[in-house]
Design a protein around this ligand. Structure first.
Ligand code: ZN
Length: 166
């Protein structure tokens, strides 16, 4: 017990309080009843937030259901939650990395296009972070049709499956 409540900096016993905590940069998110530890000797403080991945999933889904347009900090949160660099996110949406920076900047941000915003909301709602959206396959749709073949389906063994070309 004492070990968990000792100051990492000076070893003094930390004071524990619980209360609402504003979470994230540029987000309008408050978490109820968060434990905050503060050292009365040196002022070092720490915030105890368990199950961070689950928390991020919960926040991402809540943000993606908020009314009104997404704000820059929300776009940034959802992008990083989904595991995209701004370069990959730009490639996924078919825009330039500069455009992504303009969506996410806090001063005079550029409004995200509606189609892109709805796609981001859907990904946040239904996707899992680190799940691989096949970015290379997505990018191929931008390119030439080289190697494009008919979609071939086979119905053997009682279920429809994508098959090798006949
Ligand atoms: Zn201390």
């Amino acid at each position: 017990m004492n070990k968990g409540t000792s100051c990492l900096e000076c070893g003094a016993v930390m004071e524990i309080t619980r209360g609402p905590y504003r979470y994230g940069r540029g987000l309008d998110v408050v978490i109820h009843d968060v434990e905050t530890r503060r050292c009365p000797e040196c002022g070092h403080d720490e915030v105890v937030i368990p199950r961070i991945e689950e928390l991020h999933r919960t926040i991402a889904r809540a943000i993606s259901r908020r009314p009104g347009r997404l704000e820059p900090g929300e776009i940034r949160f959802l992008r990083t939650y989904l595991g995209y660099s701004s370069v990959d996110f730009a490639a996924l949406l078919g825009v330039t990395p500069e455009t992504v920076s303009r969506w996410e900047r806090t001063s005079k941000p550029q409004q995200m296009g509606k189609v892109a915003e709805r796609l981001l909301r859907m990904l946040a709602q239904y996707g899992e972070p680190d799940q691989i959206y096949d970015l290379e396959a997505v990018l191929l749709t931008d390119g030439e049709a080289r190697g494009k073949r008919p979609v071939t389906i086979a119905g053997s063994a009682g279920s429809w499956k994508v098959a090798e070309a006949c």
